[in-house]
Design a protein around this ligand. Structure first.
Ligand code: CDP
Ligand code: MG
Length: 734
């Protein structure tokens, strides 16, 4: 899979390398490369060491360090025997010495808060201990993770340690992918998947233990799970609950869970020198790469971990790193680049855990996932630009967007700590000590307080929980956000005017999709285009990685992509044609290659689509097709996304219709910049230099009245510059 694409990439790289035997050209190239090598010593980024900070991280606990040494000797002796090696590995983890104590505490208490530093072995070991102690005879052992990559990678590791095939005794379940079977005893899953399991099994009857892991991350789903598991613990005294966390907020967890005892495993950390950049950096990705190269050239052996914000940034950084070291050959030691982000295919995820060969250095380019969810052995250097991608929601305007935001001090400390797990390390912060002190919050705000709650409200309503205001949240969401969610679900038709779930709402909750997307899917039945809308839903669910634009073939790629557009109707229809084209080619990889489309993303879209159509059958939506009826298809999408509606202004910009805010069409959109449509709906907002609408389609304003009569009236869509939803008196131009 993807072989052609890889071969092709390799081909491109070869072509860009100079050659041809012309001595002059070669000499020039060599000079250029030499200059590049000098550039690596570029001193533009200076770091100053911060003694106080470094001291804070250092701990005295070196006794455990010698225990590890011994364990490592044992490891060497058993090198031929993989199983023995695994056992020694397991025994070398800090948590191992606490195995019996921990099991005794779990036996004694129904709810236990487990606190141990990242890498101690909580996620991989505790479920195994429970299994070995016999809990799996009473029911499954569940363990939730906020991130899908962590669920996949950790379960693979545990299956390996237990010598079983992944999906049998040990499995994982993430959205659109269930890798478990009847045999499964230890099940890793995303917190969101466990929430969905409540719909089918409200008392978690199949489980003997549930471990809510990475509790400190406080994702929306984890916070809702807290309330649900706390509740079922009361009428299921046989269910054991473990709340495990990496950081010190344990008292808060204990308070919330009726003073559950805290089991703390002492840390084992080495000192980490923390360096701050002397002056702010304009381009932090570039600064990170320069820092990596400096480390590579001037620091002793040890792998490097760089925190970036997402797939696109990681790919750009990888490209930059490659281009700046290209042609240096043996003048620098080998640099192994290992990216890790949510959409990275699982076969490539394993690369980050591979032991670095002698003499080489590994650079892991990771998202936040490496902050606490995944531990990579051998990291001695951390490069931290201080940013992460975050969802932000304004409950007043109902606007939600994805943006790159500064991390908290707590996160920065976690990141630095990753450098000192097995030996003393260094952390290079690509921001100033001043920025750290004055511009970063102490802690990250729990997601529940900064996100759209429509999804959660629909789920809780489906579970029969009506009184959301009095739901036992650890930190309650803003009342305004709850109201906004109820209002949105009402507008979508999922709730009636008394806030009760409607038949439509019940069907919407069946789909593991955002309520707006499930509404679009359900509306497609009315317009008899469910096949097409299912394809579109699958395509928007894979994220932004559909198209492939190699730099040296940009024009070809753009032409190929443009061929999927029809008129100027927009991106949803374009995505539909990509899917249809691929399906007509019998899902050929050659087709993807020729059309500059990412094969892996397409395969994922096919999987998602298949699951969606299965679910559609379950809720008895008739599959119908009318491929050329773009109006019907866009009406279906608009039936879910009428909230995300914007209108062209005289100045050529757009304004959202509800709570007027200036927005623009994303540069990646297929919509022509010459003939901008007057009315559009969009899938999501992305905030970079401005608010960009991503995945945009043209609509006719009169559809809004037809689709959402309780939300738009004829007056709202009159072309007189005063288009406001019902009940709002302010003018759109205000
Ligand atoms: O959950 P916690 O942070 O306490 O630790 P863990 O994830 O259980 O990690 C324990 C050990 O397993 C670490 O040394 C990891 O490097 C290793 N591990 C691994 O090698 N491969 C994985 N996919 C996951 C963990
Ligand atoms: Mg963990």
């Amino acid at each position: 899979p993807g072989a052609e694409q890889e071969r092709w990439e390799a081909e491109q790289q070869k072509k860009t390398r100079r050659g041809g035997g012309n001595a002059e050209v070669l000499a020039a190239a060599a000079a250029e490369e030499a200059a590049k090598y000098e550039m690596l010593f570029d001193d533009s980024i200076e770091y100053v060491k911060n003694e106080v900070m470094a001291g804070e991280l250092a701990t005295e606990d070196f006794e455990a360090g010698s225990a590890r040494e011994k364990a490592q000797k044992a490891k060497l002796a058993a090198i031929e025997d993989e199983r023995a090696r695994m056992a020694a590995d397991r025994a070398s983890l800090p948590i191992y010495a606490h195995r019996e104590g921990l099991l005794a505490a779990i036996e004694e208490h129904q709810i236990l808060i487990l606190v141990a530093e990242t890498g101690a072995g909580k996620t991989t070991q505790v479920p195994q201990y429970l299994h070995e102690a016999g809990y799996s005879k009473l029911g499954k052992i569940g363990c939730t993770q906020p991130r899908r990559v962590a669920a996949m990678s950790v379960s693979a590791r545990v299956a390996h340690e237990m010598g079983v095939k992944l999906g049998n005794e040990v499995g994982y379940s993430i959205r659109f992918e269930d890798c478990t079977s009847d045999k499964t005893l230890i099940k890793y899953m995303t917190d969101g998947m466990l929430l969905r399991e409540f719909l089918g099994e409200p008392d978690l009857a199949g489980y003997s233990v549930m471990m809510i892991d990475e509790a400190h991350e406080r994702t929306l789903s984890t916070d809702v799970l807290f309330g649900l598991v706390k509740d079922i613990a009361r009428f299921r005294p046989d269910l054991k609950l473990l709340i495990s966390s990496a950081t010190m907020d344990a008292v808060k967890f204990s308070d919330y869970f009726d003073n559950a005892p805290i089991y703390q495993i002492p840390g084992r950390r080495y000192p980490v020198d923390i360096m701050f950049s002397k002056a702010p950096e304009a381009d932090y990705v570039d600064a990170c790469i320069s820092t990596v190269l400096k480390i590579h050239i001037s620091e002793p052996p040890g792998d490097v971990l760089v925190f970036l914000t997402g797939q696109e940034e990681i790919e750009a950084a990888e490209e930059l790193l490659k281009s700046r070291t290209r042609g240096l050959g043996t003048r620098i030691a080998e640099l192994i680049i290992a990216p890790i982000y949510a959409n990275l295919p699982s076969d490539m995820q394993a690369k980050i855990f591979e032991t670095t060969p002698e003499g080489a250095r590994k650079v892991v380019l990771a998202t936040n996932i490496a902050e606490t969810s995944l531990t990579i052995d051998g990291i001695r250097y951390v490069v931290d630009p201080g940013f992460a991608k975050q969802n932000e929601y304004n409950p007043r305007t109902g606007m939600e967007s994805l943006l790159v935001a500064p991390i908290s001090k707590a996160s920065a400390m976690q990141r630095a700590g990753r450098a000192g797990r097995t030996a003393p390390g260094k952390c290079f912060r690509v921001y100033t000590a001043y920025a750290y002190e004055h511009e970063m919050d102490d802690n990250t705000t729990p997601e529940i307080q900064r996100t759209n709650l429509a999804n959660v409200v629909l789920l809780l309503k489906s579970l029969g929980i009506h009184d959301l205001v009095n739901f036992d949240f650890m930190d309650p969401p803003p009342a305004e956000a709850l109201l906004r969610a109820l209002e949105q679900l009402y507008a979508l038709g999922g709730l009636n005017d008394r806030g009760e779930l409607t038949k439509l709402g019940r069907r919407m909750a069946e789909f593991p999709l955002d309520p707006m997307l499930s509404k679009a899917l359900l509306a497609s039945e009315t317009y008899k285009v469910s096949e097409e809308v299912a394809s579109i839903c699958a395509m928007v669910s894979i994220g932004s990685a559909v198209f492939y634009r190699p730099k040296d073939k940009a024009v070809h790629a753009e032409n190929a992509h443009r061929a999927f557009s029809r008129g100027n109707v927009g991106d949803h229809i374009q995505l539909l044609h990509v899917y249809q084209g691929w399906a007509e080619s019998d899902f050929s990889s050659q087709w993807c290659f020729e059309n500059y489309v990412q094969l892996r993303s397409m395969k994922r879209a096919r999987d998602i689509r298949e699951q969606l159509t299965n679910l559609m059958e379950r809720v008895e939506i008739e599959l119908a097709s009318d491929s050329e009826n773009y109006d019907a298809i866009r009406k279906s999408i608009a039936a879910g996304y009428f909230y995300h509606c914007a209108r062209l202004q005289k100045d050529g910009g757009y304004r959202t219709v509800k709570n007027p805010t200036a927005v623009s069409i994303h540069p990646g959109s297929s919509i022509s910049k010459e003939v901008l449509p007057r009315w559009v709906i969009y899938h999501e907002l992305v905030l970079t230099s401005k608010e960009f609408m991503r995945t945009v389609s043209e609509i006719k304003p009169e559809w809004l009245v037809e689709i959402a009569p309780h939300y738009y009236s004829a007056k709202d869509i009159r072309d007189d510059g005063k288009k406001m939803p019902k009940g709002k008196g302010r003018s759109a131009a205000a």
